[in-house]
Design a protein around this ligand. Structure first.
Ligand code: GDP
Length: 502
């Protein structure tokens, strides 16, 4: 698509700040967007989201301003690769664990919460920079973050991904705090001051209204290695969120809403999803609906692995009890009963069917129109009698679809696998992903594979039960632990389906 040799692309990506790029490196949508811009390509619409969630809109209640109460800010850390995002997150997480004398055990659930040592206020941090859920929600226009901490290394100053993050901040309207990192690397005070000044000036030339020029963007020089000024960074977040007066509705009557920021199947305990609460309170026994699945909350467990009785706005908690694994990035809404949950899910499924059918019809129509146009042009150019009849047939039929169903361990990899194989193929044969989801292939997957003549691709699922592998329907099930092996295999299958050239 870029019309560029892969060696050059890798060189360009390295210049952009990417590391250890190989030909099998899988890029996130955000990076693809960045690269397309670098090559001056218009951005195609990469969004796959639909308006299916409108089905649940009638379950939501309008915000009642009288019931709004203060909630902690939700913070995302962004910045150029290697500028220190992970180190900051690790520092904050560790210091919060030490403060609570918890024995140092934490689990990655997609977000964590700290209580600041000075003011005793709470802050929620999204845990993975460039988090899949965060990107997906952004595509939909949902903004789950209140504040972005932009990390800039004092040694390197503004770099390409810093610029990307600035672009995002401006577009999203999020509030911004700058953390100039790695100041311990320049111990000499004068030299350090000079370098910090340079970073600030570079930011000013990117139209960041820092305090130095009378703006309100705070700049905090820090070291996540030594901990210097980390308390200041925390307090600057608290200060900003106080000014922003961040609130959410949370009365006993408030219908709980939130976002799925992580989901997986856990051995022994089943389907688990991390929910970041938007409004209301999650409690054991409450019923939640999300996409095509629902949950009667069995347990809530926080990022320290502790069972908690409830989760209030801005809190992230693991929720146990899902019928199926919900998708990362989807919204959850509380419903009164399982019966209501089932009714709405079936309504949504009907809509999915309608959309699927209409998009298939649309696609077929497009393909037919294209084939006709091709045919027409050929007729104009060459004497029609000399046309090869098989060529005509091929044009009328369009590319042959080879169907796949993807099953993965976590939704992040389901998305990655789906995205990386969807684009495989050419005008003769192409890869068609029927569905991609989390968990061991269920009866419904086998049925779907049978109807659609699909191969089921399993990624990172460990040893599958023999009744699945040797299923009675004879569905082909392939297992992988390495993504490039999977891609190689799919490519080979597509190649096998190409018509032989004599
Ligand atoms: P990320 O790619 O933005 O998540 O960056 P990392 O947090 O992985 O940091 C990249 C490298 O810089 C690692 O080797 C860190 O140990 C180092 N680093 C990060 N922050 C600091 C800091 O404040 N001081 C020093 N001396 N090194 C740091």
């Amino acid at each position: 698509l870029l019309n560029c040799r892969v060696e050059k692309l890798i060189k360009d990506l390295t210049a952009l700040g990417f590391e250890n790029i190989t030909t099998t490196y899988i890029l996130s949508k955000e990076y693809v967007e960045l690269i397309l811009q670098e090559y001056n390509f218009a951005l195609p619409s990469l969004s796959t989201s639909t308006n299916l969630d409108n089905v649940y809109d009638e379950l939501k209640s309008p915000v009642n301003p009288k019931l709004l109460t203060k909630r902690p800010p939700v913070v995302t850390i962004m910045g150029h690769v290697d500028h220190g995002k992970t180190t900051i997150i690790d520092y904050l997480r560790k210091s919060s664990v030490v403060a609570q004398e918890h024995g140092g055990i934490t689990q990655h659930i997609g977000a964590f919460q700290i209580t600041t040592p000075k003011s005793g206020k709470r802050i929620t941090f999204l845990d993975t920079p460039g988090h899949a859920a965060f990107l997906k929600m952004r595509e939909r226009g949902a903004n789950i973050t209140d504040i972005i901490v932009l990390v800039v290394s004092v040694e390197d100053s503004v770099m390409p991904q810093t610029l990307e993050a600035i672009k995002h901040v401006k577009k999203s309207g999020n509030e911004l705090i700058i953390a100039i990192t790695k100041i311990d690397r320049i111990p000499q005070p004068k030299e350090r001051e000079k370098k910090i000044e340079k970073v600030i000036n570079d930011l000013i030339s990117q139209d960041i209204a820092v305090e130095k020029i009378g703006g309100d963007v705070q700049v905090i020089p820090i070291s996540a290695k030594t901990g210097e000024n980390m308390d200041l960074l925390e307090e600057s977040i608290v200060l900003l969120s106080d000014v922003m007066d961040i609130r959410a509705e949370n009365s006993p009557k408030t219908i709980a809403e939130g976002w799925i920021i992580e989901s997986q199947v856990k051995k022994q305990v089943g389907n688990v999803a991390t929910i970041l609460v938007k409004k209301g309170t999650l409690r054991k026994g409450k019923i939640l609906i999300c996409g095509n699945t629902f949950c009667k909350i069995k347990n809530l467990i926080d990022d320290k692995g502790t069972h908690i009785p409830e989760a209030t706005p801005s809190f992230a908690t693991e929720v146990f009890g899902w019928k199926d694994v919900p998708h990362v990035g989807d919204e959850i809404i509380q419903v009164k009963s399982e019966a209501i949950a089932k009714k709405f899910i079936s309504k949504r499924q009907d809509l999915v069917e309608v959309q699927k059918n209409s998009s298939t019809v649309e696609r077929l129509n497009e393909e037919r129109a294209l084939a006709k146009e091709n045919h027409h042009n050929k007729d104009k150019d060459v004497d029609s009698e000399s046309q090869d009849a098989t060529q005509d047939n091929k044009l009328d039929a369009g590319p042959k679809n080879i169907n796949f169903i993807i099953k993965c361990d976590v939704s992040g990899s389901a998305e990655a696998v789906s995205e990386s194989i969807s684009s495989l193929g050419n005008n003769e044969v192409r890869c068609n992903v029927i569905s991609s989801s989390v968990g061991i292939p269920a009866e419904s997957d086998l049925k779907m594979a049978q109807i659609t003549d699909s191969t089921i691709l399993c990624f990172n699922l460990g040893n599958l039960p023999s009744e699945v592998i040797n299923n009675r329907a004879g569905i082909k099930i392939k297992q992988y632990n390495v993504i490039y092996k999977l891609i190689e295999d799919v490519t080979e299958t597509l190649t096998e389906n190409l018509k032989p050239i004599f």
